[in-house]
Design a protein around this ligand. Structure first.
Ligand SMILES: *Cc1c(COP(=O)(O)O)cnc(C)c1O
Length: 490
């Protein structure tokens, strides 16, 4: 069973809009060929459209509906005040090509955001341009490359990436044409230092370290790692997408990292997951300051008690150029600005402390039922094995069965270094009742796996659609909004 598409609901002559009277004179088009002869738009009344989309929205699951412990994605509740501020008319109705004197408020906000992110991370400079985390990584890798080249150091072509890194790290370095050297993790989930030393030489661009790593663990030797990489002339990249455990507690810049991206759409409460705009600012230490993308927002004329400062643009000397039109995703930045302003320094520290507490509480409730291979104090998330001894129930089955208990499944089969991985990130915005209900459901599912394995292996049972053929969905992705005529679906 499937819903009719908006095209199938269409009926000739129905209409949902009334165009206002034109307030400009009519002209014939100078070139008729610019017009399409046919434009097969669906024809529906307003009520049909509203019902269609309302119905679809009810089949969806989101963080405003329930618990969403999708590891690495930080699906925290996004306060609605962020939506109010980013819709303020002054922001919405301004344009980046307006004269600079007329957008001083916007520039002040961007400037202050640069400053706040510097303070939070311990870096010397920040660009707000990158559109998302992976885009921030690519920006960072471009700067690392430019740094070495500017010193005439042209031998460096290798990027070191531990096997506990997020998958975007090797992908970003690969896009730059660098070769990837993978370093294994040790039994405590730290980077294997001997393997790292062996890999470091004068052909290394640097290292990309996800810390906390994808096991949810803070590398206990991070300062040694930074030193080893610096000693061979490499630069240290920090993947700061998951800053949710570190706010107000540790600053990557202080640890010696040279460059790091933030994911505003994770840690700093910009809604994500539906493919909407994110934001991946990048912070750099002194070594990379001159290479930041341009323009940066700067004070071009100091103010005094009566006159506010004049904000404008600044181009670093050896800039790698522009990474994004204008100033990046402004609306996303306004949301995060609001989030930071509402929390303040102490509030941000609370965020991280509760995020870590919640993850450790869940791990404590589950470790007698499921195996946690690297079982030590975790940060904002942890990874357990989604298998039940004595049964052939897999992580995928457990993930699907959780949907029958009204929970979004955790990230599954990632990271690759844990067998049948289920990666659980509760975030700080969940209360103890929710965490307990989730732990109870997972413990119940482990029982079901023993007493009624078919129930778990054929889940979900309560959702509108049953288990999808995931291979077919990936191989035969249907991306158009209407279905081909010969398409058949049960
Ligand atoms: C989400 C994430 C990324 C990638 O961020 P995008 O905005 O999805 O490109 C990179 N690293 C880590 C650790 C992440 O969790």
């Amino acid at each position: 069973m499937r819903e009719k598409t908006i095209f199938e609901l269409s009926s000739p002559g129905r209409t949902g809009v009334t165009f206002p009277k034109s307030d400009v004179p009519e002209y014939d088009l100078p070139n008729e060929e610019l017009l399409r002869k046919e434009l097969p738009l669906p024809e529906l009344a307003e009520v049909d459209v509203v019902r269609h989309y309302m119905k679809l929205s009810k089949y969806n699951y989101g963080v405003d509906l329930g618990f969403y412990p999708l590891g690495s994605c930080t699906m925290k509740y996004n306060p609605k005040i962020n939506e109010d501020t980013c819709r303020l008319p002054g922001f919405v109705f301004s344009h980046p090509l307006q004269p600079i004197e007329t957008v001083q408020g916007n520039l002040a906000l961007l400037y202050e955001m640069q400053e706040w992110l510097k303070e939070i991370s311990g870096f010397a400079g920040v660009t707000l341009q990158p559109a998302a985390g992976a885009h921030g990584e690519f920006t960072g890798v471009l700067m690392m490359n430019a740094y070495h080249k500017s010193r005439g150091d042209t031998k460096r072509t290798k990027m070191i990436v531990p096997d506990s890194a997020h998958g975007t790290n090797p992908a970003s370095a690969g896009m730059m044409g660098m070769s990837i050297v993978v370093i294994p993790s040790d039994e405590r989930g730290n980077v294997n230092l001997e393997a790292l030393k062996a890999a470091c030489d004068d052909t290394v661009v640097g290292m990309m370290l996800t810390n906390p790593n994808t096991l949810g663990l803070f590398d206990e030797n991070v300062e040694q790692i930074v030193k080893i990489v610096h000693d061979c002339g490499g630069l240290m990249y920090g993947d700061g997408a998951n800053l949710n455990a570190l706010l107000g507690i540790v600053r990557p810049g202080d640890l010696g990292f040279d460059v790091m991206h933030f994911n505003l759409h994770k840690t700093f409460a910009v809604p994500h997951g539906g493919g909407g705009p994110g934001s991946g600012p990048v912070g750099v230490g002194e070594k990379l300051l001159d290479f930041l993308p341009a323009p940066l927002i700067a004070i071009v004329e100091e103010g005094d008690e009566e006159i506010p400062p004049l904000f404008g643009y600044y181009t670093p000397e050896k800039t790698i150029g522009r990474m994004k039109a204008f100033h990046g995703h402004f609306g996303a930045i306004v949301r995060s600005y609001t989030y930071i302003a509402m929390h303040g320094p102490d509030g941000l520290k609370d965020v991280s402390q509760y995020a870590v507490l919640n993850a450790n509480y869940l791990a404590a409730r589950l470790r007698n039922t499921y195996r946690i291979p690297h079982d030590r104090i975790c940060m904002h998330e942890f990874v357990m094995e989604g298998s039940v001894p004595g049964t052939d129930v897999r992580a995928l089955d457990i993930a699907k069965r959780l949907m029958d208990y009204d929970f979004h499944p955790p990230t599954n089969y990632f990271p690759l270094i844990v067998h049948e991985a289920l990666m659980i990130e509760p975030t700080e915005t969940e209360n103890k009742d929710t965490l307990d209900a989730f732990a109870d459901a997972l413990i119940k599912i482990a029982e079901e796996a023993k007493t009624n394995p078919e129930l778990v292996k054929s889940a979900p049972h309560k959702t509108l659609f049953g288990r999808m053929d995931e291979v077919k969905a990936a191989r035969e992705l249907v991306l158009c909004c209407w279905l081909p005529e010969n398409y058949s679906a049960e």
